[in-house]
Design a protein around this ligand. Structure first.
Ligand SMILES: Nc1ncnc2c1ncn2[C@@H]1O[C@H](COP(=O)(O)OP(=O)(O)OP(=O)(O)O)[C@@H](O)[C@H]1O
Length: 241
C-alpha cells in the first residue's frame, strides 16, 4: 500500500499540496489526472522518496518501486538491451541473467534482436519509451510510478503504449500510479481515476472501475477537470447514483 496521509508540501511560493490523502492498493492502476502545474510530479516525488512532505506522512509499503519519467532518460552510448539490463545491476543478478531478462522483456515489447543492439539515437521515440518502460519493469517492481511517460508521442503510438502498460499491470499484479493531463489517456488506462484541482492539488473526483473509453466517463473526468463547483455538481450527479 502507498499512502499519503494529510500531506502538505510547501515550496517558497506557497503550498502545492495541503492536507492531501490518497491510498494506492496492490494491483491497482490509479491515474492522477490534473491540470498542468497542479502538483502531480510533486506527488510522485513524494511517493518515491525524492521529496519529503512539509507535514503529514507518505508511507510506501511496497517492496520495490520503479519510476518512468516523461523523457526516456536512456544512456546514449549503450544499446537498448544494456539500458534495460543495467537496471538489474543493483539487484546482484549475474550479467548473463540480467541480459536474459532484459531480452525477454524487449522481445515482448516488439523488439527484434537487431533492435536490442541499437543505441537510443537509432530508435524512434516510441521505441525509446518502450525501453524506458522495460527498464522499470525488468526489476519486477511492486509499484511503478509513471510521470506523463507518453506526453511527447503522437496519438497512435500512445495507444499502443497504453495497452502495453495495462497488459503489464494486469499480468504481473503490480500497482501503478500514472500521472497525466490527458483525459482520453486517463479514462483508457485507469482502474481508478483520480481528478485533481489546480494547485494546491486536491481530489475533486475519484471513480473506480469505469468502463474504458466510455464517453460518459470521459465527460465526467473532463467536467471535474474544469474545477468549477457548480458545473461539476451538475455534471457529476449521475455518476454518484
Ligand atoms: N522544487 C521546486 N521548487 C519550487 N517550486 C516548485 C518545485 N517543483 C515544482 N514547483 C512548482 O510547484 C507547482 C507544481 O509542480 P509539479 O511539477 O508538481 O506539477 P505538475 O502537475 O506535475 O505539472 P506539469 O503537468 O506541468 O508537469 C508548479 O507551480 C511548479 O512550478
Amino acid at each position: 500500500m502507498l499512502r499519503f496521509e494529510d500531506v502538505t508540501l510547501r515550496y517558497d511560493d506557497g503550498p502545492v499540496l495541503a492536507g492531501f490523502d490518497l491510498a494506492v492498493a496492490p494491483g491497482e492502476l490509479v491515474v492522477l489526472l490534473g491540470p498542468s502545474g497542479c502538483g502531480k510530479t510533486s506527488l510522485l516525488r513524494l511517493a518515491c522518496g525524492l521529496a519529503a512532505p512539509s507535514s503529514g506522512r507518505v508511507v510506501n509499503g511496497f517492496g520495490r518501486t520503479a519510476v518512468v519519467f516523461q523523457e526516456p532518460r536512456l544512456l546514449p552510448w549503450w544499446p537498448a538491451l544494456d539500458n534495460v539490463a543495467f537496471a538489474l545491476a543493483a539487484q546482484g543478478v549475474t550479467r548473463a541473467t540480467a541480459r536474459h531478462r532484459a531480452r525477454a522483456l524487449l522481445d515482448r515489447f516488439g523488439f527484434t534482436d537487431a533492435d536490442t543492439r541499437k543505441r537510443p539515437a537509432a530508435l524512434s521515440g516510441g521505441m525509446q519509451s518502450r525501453v524506458a518502460i522495460a527498464r522499470a519493469l525488468v526489476v519486477r517492481p511492486d509499484l511503478v510510478l509513471m510521470d506523463e511517460p507518453f506526453a511527447a508521442l503522437d496519438v497512435g503510438l500512445r495507444r499502443d503504449l497504453q495497452d502495453l502498460v495495462r497488459a503489464a499491470v494486469t499480468e504481473t499484479g503490480l500497482a501503478a500510479l500514472f500521472v497525466t493531463h490527458d483525459v482520453t489517456e486517463a479514462v483508457r488506462l485507469a482502474d481508478r481515476l483520480v481528478v485533481l484541482s489546480a494547485r494546491p492539488a486536491r481530489i475533486v473526483h475519484d471513480e473506480r472501475n469505469q468502463p474504458r473509453d466510455e464517453p460518459a466517463a470521459m465527460f465526467r473526468a473532463a467536467a471535474a477537470l474544469l474545477d468549477r463547483p457548480v458545473v461539476r455538481a451538475a455534471l457529476l450527479a449521475p455518476a454518484a447514483g
